[in-house]
Design a binder for this molecule. Structure first.
Ligand code: NAP
Length: 484
């Protein structure tokens, strides 16, 4: 099977912050991979923009080094790399001053897609948006791409939305949540809405509960000072876990179109019930032989910020009433795992006696590692000795099922950038979605701040704090083991 790669239209992409960490680690290597996959037209151009004075050759060297470090197997294609580098340009520009803007205006071509990636601090978004207009660089068809964090609460998210809306229409704004670019996340929609098997079971008649886990093994390390002002709730739950929750819980949209999908996601967020304090567990990792504690990493011995959070929440609608959704995410955990698990209810009646009653169907959707899905089904244990039942996984690891095609799939950033060029907003967050997510998140944070809640300590390399396990045990349920 050969993957179909549909080339995008010719484009000029300006990366503000084109020398920064995100550009070097993700955006530029991702573009290079799409170039090698022949998805980028040979005439398209990428213009790095930052304050540092450097010429085009110096920028090409910076990008060459970034690809050598983060480029994956494609970097072996040295001839391809040279052609890619020839498509790069650079402009020294200050978002907060007028330096460089006339030069950039002179570099842009007419009659191609124009996209502007704001890979800079959100405090610069307003300056960039305003100057793109004042210097007549952006047009009504231009697109802007903005990164997380999109605000730190409802008020700041509203202010950011208003800043962007002063210069761009909503259909020009692409808010990135790279979780939505992951292959499995889109596959989740294909599985739910492309098969007759699952949708009839996807409700409170058949689903016992749903778990969403995003566990990381890394600590907050070098970004401790930034993270300490944010915490797991703002950094992960409000955006990534919320998006996964939406996709697993939303009603079928009438079509796979940007607004149809986003309307349904918004309804889920708006239907989320407030969360009782005893349904929230926050934690901080402790020091071990492999690394310092959270408080040491954050250089804040009295920090109350959570590096782990687990939440039991409910969606108040006909489909999901009575079905708990358990969310958890944390740093310095046992393995790096992102997984959604749908645990179906027990059989109404088992013809196999007690043995049959103890087996359950479980659908698990892995975002990483080994992207794929498996469905636990109950079968007869082979061999003589009567009717004994065992659970076996119907495994659909994409790498096994799809062979080389799975290896070829674009990573989240690549896919999302190509979607920007195509003008497809389906996998980007709309402004009202982001605000609704903050409207649910803010009272939870305000609640634990008012209670002076102290996060529980957990062992680095573990499943998180004991209390998070109890959150499930109290309901006679248990978390899936975090195994990579
Ligand atoms: P970074 O490494 O600090 O890079 C910032 C970039 O912005 C540099 O290229 C810098 O170059 C440029 N810049 C700073 N001030 C500027 C100004 N006044 N005018 C023009 N350019 C300016 O930051 P980053 O980690 O790449 O993050 C960029 C954005 O992505 C942030 O909003 C961050 O929250 C978000 N993000 C990053 C990651 C990640 O993994 N790094 C992940 C998710 C989201 P000069 O100093 O030369 O101007």
């Amino acid at each position: 099977m050969v993957s179909r790669v549909i080339p995008v239209e010719d484009f000029d992409l300006v990366i503000f912050g084109g020398t920064g960490d995100l550009a070097r680690r993700k955006i530029l290597p991702g573009l290079f991979r799409r170039f090698i996959a022949e998805q980028m037209p040979a005439t398209s151009r990428i213009i790095g923009a930052a304050r540092a004075d450097m010429d085009r050759a110096a920028y090409q060297t910076l990008v060459r080094d970034a690809i050598a470090e983060f480029g994956g197997d494609e970097k072996e294609d040295t001839a391809g790399l040279e052609v890619f580098l020839a498509q790069l340009d650079y402009v020294a520009i200050d978002a907060m001053g007028d330096k460089g803007w006339d030069t950039l205006a002179g570099m842009m071509r007419d009659n191609v897609v124009k996209a502007f990636y704001f890979s800079v601090a959100p405090s610069l978004f307003g300056d960039l948006a305003e100057r793109l207009h004042r210097f007549k660089i952006a047009t009504a068809e231009s697109r802007i791409v903005v990164e997380k964090p999109f605000g730190r609460d409802l008020e700041s998210a509203k202010a950011l939305n208003a800043t962007l809306a002063a210069h761009f229409n909503e259909d020009q704004i692409y808010r990135i949540d790279h979780y939505l670019g992951k292959e499995t996340v889109q596959n989740l929609m294909a599985v739910r809405f492309g098969n007759v098997l699952f949708e009839p079971l996807w409700n409170n008649h058949y689903v016992d509960h749903i778990q969403i886990t995003v566990a990381e093994t890394v600590g907050v390390g070098g970004r401790g000072a930034y993270y300490d002002k944010s915490g797991a709730m703002r950094d992960m739950v409000q955006n990534h876990l919320m998006q996964l929750l939406c996709l697993i819980a939303m009603e079928p949209p009438s079509q796979f179109g940007a607004d149809a999908v986003r309307d349904e996601k918004l309804k889920v967020i708006r239907a989320l019930e407030p969360v009782a304090p005893h349904h929230i567990v926050r934690g901080q990792y402790d020091a071990n032989a492999d690394g310092p504690s959270y408080r040491e990493d954050a250089s804040n011995p009295k920090s109350f910020t959570e590096s782990f959070v687990a939440i039991k929440c409910h969606i108040a609608n006909w489909r999901w009433t009575g079905v708990p959704f358990y969310l958890r995410t944390g740093k310095r955990m046992k393995s790096r795992v992102s997984e959604i698990t749908v645990v179906f209810k027990d059989l109404g009646h088992s013809i196999f006696g007690d043995d049959g009653a103890t087996h359950r169907n479980i659908l698990s959707i892995r975002l990483q590692p080994n992207e794929g899905m498996d469905l636990q089904v109950t079968i007869k244990e082979p061999g003589p000795g009567g009717m004994r039942l065992i659970d076996v996984p119907l495994d659909m690891t994409f790498a096994d099922a799809l062979g080389d095609d799975a290896a070829d799939v674009a990573d989240a950033y690549e896919r999302l950038i190509m979607d920007v060029i195509r003008g497809n907003q389906t996998l980007f967050m709309r402004g009202d979605e982001v605000e609704a997510a903050w409207a649910w998140t803010d009272p939870l944070i305000a609640g634990w701040e008012a209670r002076h809640d102290v996060p529980k300590t957990y062992d680095a390399g573990s499943n998180g704090p004991e209390d998070a396990l109890l959150l499930m045990h109290r309901d006679n349920r248990k978390w899936r083991d975090i195994k990579g």
